[in-house]
Design a binder for this molecule. Structure first.
Ligand code: ATP
Length: 728
């Protein structure tokens, strides 16, 4: 890279367009005091993006624009032209023109090859060529020993930049800022995660409750489907029982009337059987009675036979059921043995996994058997009615007694006819006795009937209780499962109630009532949404943690690189520094070194913190000095020059501008300084503002700056002889 040209227009004292061509490795700018030489150095700072007005000896932007006795410029501009064929500047142009313009309102414009850009873009472009913002390659007037007076931390910054590490430092700082932001984000996201967690835990429990309730509901549904259809049968049985009671009550009425009739007959029999006529009528009446009795007996016998038949059928069904039950139980036993074997097989193989998971294990074993088509078969519905057999047995006992009673009445009626036909004198008496016997028999029948009725009433009471249970559960099922489900329950023909089903229903119902939660759908929705959100947050945390890790790695890498290069650079600088120093002082020693500078400690700080800085120590030949403060002004500037030159020789900047850095040098040192400049010029272009003859003699090109009466600076090429008139 090569500095080709500088163009000033309206900048400070350069009212008119002024061009400086840097055709030589060393150019010198000479001229009387106050003619505007330093303004040239400042124009470099300006165009390279300097943001500090103080560094350009101004207070505001306007101070940089020409303002003279006879007029003023509206804008001040400086252009610098680089030959970039070697692409030192990271931009794909052979020639790069950087321009900065300042306006009276303080606004600035930056252009790279005529395109408007930001100040940042200019700084970035220049950093890549080691001519960055700190301007270590531009030493202003009176700043020759600045490098000695700044703080160790600032000195470290200048050296970092001189070593070309600024780009890394910027990257490191950027990464550290990113890391800070990442940490903040992480904190914020973790807070969100923590805020959600208890709600999720709560909702999880609620969802488990909902699922449990759902299970209970399903179980209860199954139970209702097996219980409620029984209602119809109970209703029918109740209806039948009521009819039977009515029928028995009618029979009782008839019997009671009969008994009272017999009582009348008994009263009349003593005096009403005197004539044959009366006897015949009586015989007819008794015959009628006998026929009816026969019919009654017949009916009883038929009922008895029918009951026997029913009982026989029911017993056959019972036998079949018991046989099937035995078989099913045998199968069940085999099934369970198989399942146990599988369970212990699994348990022995993967033990640890199923510890305390008995149900899971059993389910798994069941699944395996199911896979091979082996199922746990249950006993089918009990298709016989043990109650019926019992009831019919009881009924038959009564029927048999009734038949016996009917036989006895029939016997007594036959006897009465025989007596009436025998013409016996005391027929009335005998008849009365028979009637008394009959009354006794009828009363016995009445007793049987009464006990039947009371038994039926007991049954009725029991059935009514049962029906009440059905109705209660029906209402409950309606409110819980709705109309359609209830209809399905009531009309399910495949029902098969198990033992104690009602107790199970009641227990489940209570459980269900206790597990009720709020709006299940909403809770599920909220739970799912929250889970999703939490998953998203977790992904965010993961991403941020990954970013953080990467940043930490990057920072570590950059820090390492900076540290290694910095230490190496310091070593190299020290070698050069020592050499330059002993050249200038004809001996002695100088070095820079890293120091830990304690940071200001506040009362709350527990630990003292340090930052790194660069300090330097020198020893002069034949002098004993214990610190930089003991150096004379000349010695200070010589030391600085040695250090600045050492720095510049390690990573040479494309150009160096030195504004009267040689001001304090005596003749001997001026010579040495001149030698060093020539050495520096091997790697960097030099622009030297000077009053020093020796320095001027080293330049290949001399520019003279003068200022006319109107306060405008003028520039012209001068010869060495012309230049010397401005030498001190
Ligand atoms: P020396 O040899 O004494 O260091 P120099 O040649 O470096 O002097 P400068 O400091 O560059 O001189 O020039 C200072 C001159 O520039 C002053 O006379 C000052 O009035 C003039 N100057 C500074 N800013 C402006 C401006 N905005 N408009 C006009 N003139 C200006």
């Amino acid at each position: 890279m090569y500095l080709k040209k500088l163009e000033l227009n309206g900048f400070k004292s350069f009212a008119q367009k002024t061009e400086l061509d840097f055709k030589s490795k060393i150019s010198s700018i000479v001229g009387p005091n106050g003619s505007g030489k330093s303004n040239v150095a400042e124009s470099f700072r300006f165009v390279l993006g300097e943001q500090s007005m103080k560094n350009m000896r101004g207070k505001k932007g306007e101070d940089l624009i020409f303002s003279g006795k006879n007029g003023r410029s509206n804008r001040g501009s400086v252009k610098v032209v680089f030959d970039n064929r070697d692409r030192t500047l990271n931009i794909d142009y052979d020639e790069v023109v950087i321009e900065r313009i300042v306006y009276r309102d303080g606004n600035n414009e930056y252009l790279i090859n005529g395109t408007r850009v930001r100040a940042k873009d200019v700084l970035e472009l220049l950093t890549s060529a080691n001519i960055g913002a700190s301007g270590h390659h531009i030493i202003s007037q009176g700043e020759a020993d600045k490098i000695l007076s700044i703080s160790p931390k600032e000195r470290k910054g200048v050296i970092e930049e001189a070593l070309g590490l600024k780009a890394f430092v910027i990257k490191k700082n950027e990464s550290e800022r990113k890391l800070e932001r990442t940490d903040e984000n992480l904190k914020e996201v973790r807070t969100r995660e923590r805020v959600n967690a208890p709600r999720i835990r709560f909702l999880k429990k609620e969802v488990e409750k909902i699922q449990r309730a759902e299970e209970l509901r399903r179980e209860l549904e199954g139970l209702y489907a097996n219980f409620l259809p029984g209602k119809k049968e109970v209703e029918e049985r109740l209806q039948r029982t009521n009819l039977e009671i009515e029928e028995r009550e009618r029979a009782r009425k008839v019997l009671e009337e009969k008994i009272s009739q017999k009582r009348k007959d008994l009263y009349e029999s003593k005096n009403s059987l005197n004539s044959d006529e009366q006897k015949r009528a009586e015989i007819e009446k008794i015959n009628g009675e006998r026929r009816r009795m026969e019919e009654e007996k017949n009916a009883l016998q038929k009922e008895l036979a029918r009951n026997e038949l029913l009982m026989e059928e029911e017993r056959a069904r019972e036998q079949a059921f018991l046989a099937q039950k035995e078989k099913v139980e045998e199968n069940l036993k085999i099934y369970r043995e198989k399942r146990e074997r599988i369970k212990s097989l699994i348990f022995n193989k993967i033990r640890e996994y199923f510890r305390g998971e008995e149900n899971l294990l059993e389910e798994l074993a069941g699944e395996i058997l199911n896979f091979f088509g082996i199922r746990e078969s249950g006993i089918e519905k009990e298709n016989f009615d043990p109650e019926l057999i019992k009831r019919k047995e009881e009924e038959n006992k009564v029927l048999e007694e009734k038949i016996k009673n009917a036989d006895e009445i029939l016997e007594s009626l036959s006897k009465k006819i025989r007596i009436l036909n025998s013409d016996s004198e005391d027929a009335g008496e005998v008849m009365s006795r028979e009637i008394e016997i009959e009354i006794l028999k009828l009363e016995k029948s009445l007793g049987l009937l009464n006990s039947e009725i009371s038994q039926l009433n007991n049954l009725k009471f029991k059935l009514e209780r049962e029906l009440e249970n059905y109705k209660r559960e029906e209402n409950w099922a309606l409110s819980f499962f709705g109309h359609d489900k209830l209809n399905y329950f009531l009309n399910n023909d495949n029902y098969n109630p198990e033992m104690n089903i009602l107790e199970k229903i009641t227990r489940l119902r209570i459980l269900l009532e206790n597990t009720q939660v709020g709006n299940g759908e909403e809770i599920l929705k909220e739970y799912e949404e929250l889970l999703e959100r939490q998953a998203f947050i977790n992904r965010e945390i993961e991403d941020l943690e990954k970013t953080k890790e990467e940043l930490l790695k990057l920072i570590e890498e950059i820090s390492q690189k900076i540290e290694v290069r910095f230490r190496e650079g310091v070593e190299k600088i020290n070698r050069e520094f020592s050499a330059f120093f002993s050249t200038l002082f004809s001996g002695g020693k100088a070095e820079i070194f890293l120091v830990n500078v304690p940071l200001k400690k506040t009362d709350e700080d527990e630990m003292q913190e340090y930052e790194l800085g660069i300090d330097l120590r020198v020893s002069l030949p034949n002098k004993k000095i214990s610190g930089l403060s003991m150096l004379s002004g000349g010695e200070r500037s010589l030391t600085s020059i040695a250090l600045l030159f050492a720095m510049s020789s390690i990573t040479p900047p494309p150009f160096i501008i030195l504004d009267e850095t040689d001001a304090a040098l005596d003749e001997a040192n001026s010579k040495r300084y001149g030698d060093m400049i020539e050495k520096l010029a091997e790697h960097s272009q030099l622009i030297l503002i000077t009053h020093n003859r020796e320095t001027m003699s080293r330049a290949g090109l001399l520019y003279g700056v003068t200022m006319d009466q109107s306060g405008m600076s003028k520039l012209l090429s001068v010869s060495f002889e012309e230049g010397q008139q401005y030498a001190k």
